[in-house]
Design a protein around this ligand. Structure first.
Ligand code: CMP
Length: 144
């Protein structure tokens, strides 16, 4: 089925000038960019985005990292977009992600793993709703 997924280039990826490289890989695969923005992440948004990790020992680090400098947030659309994007990103821990994947080629540590992508249809719907307000995702509806 055609799906939408939420993907962001994290602060480490943006600081290293990898927005274009990351975006190129998704576009080359055939996923369509239907929304995108460079933004600073408010602490409240960071806490909501990572709510499922609230009890983890690294939660504080996670929130302070993602709010430390701008991220490039986007919505990608295509056939099986959620799993396809995850395959292109590689395993969460860059030390274990295969060469040829985004994290495998550009990352080294789990905290600074370049990209985030939704892991299920439920999280994709939740994350897209959190990061993009209605009417700002292209193709979803015509502009008046
Ligand atoms: P992400 O896909 O953004 O979702 C949760 C993030 O938590 C994950 O990528 C990692 O960057 C981060 N993470 C997971 N485990 C650890 C850890 N042990 N220490 C720091 N960050 C972690």
């Amino acid at each position: 089925a055609v799906e939408k997924t939420f993907v962001m280039v994290k602060p480490d990826g943006v600081q290293r000038g990898l927005i274009g490289e990351v975006l190129r890989r998704f576009e080359q695969k055939g996923l369509k960019v239907v929304a995108a923005k460079l933004m600073n992440v408010p602490k409240s948004l960071a806490e909501q985005h990572y709510a499922e990790h609230r009890e983890r020992p690294f939660f504080g680090e996670l929130v302070s990292f993602i709010t430390s400098s701008p991220v490039f947030a986007m919505v990608l659309e295509g056939e099986s977009a959620i799993s396809v994007a995850r395959t292109l990103m590689g395993k969460t821990n860059p030390a274990e992600s295969a060469p040829g994947t985004i994290r495998g080629d550009f990352g080294l540590t789990i905290g600074m793993n370049i990209v985030h992508g939704s892991d299920s249809p439920e999280s994709a719907a939740r994350e897209i709703g959190l990061w993009f307000s209605e009417g700002t995702v292209a193709y979803d509806k015509a502009v008046d």
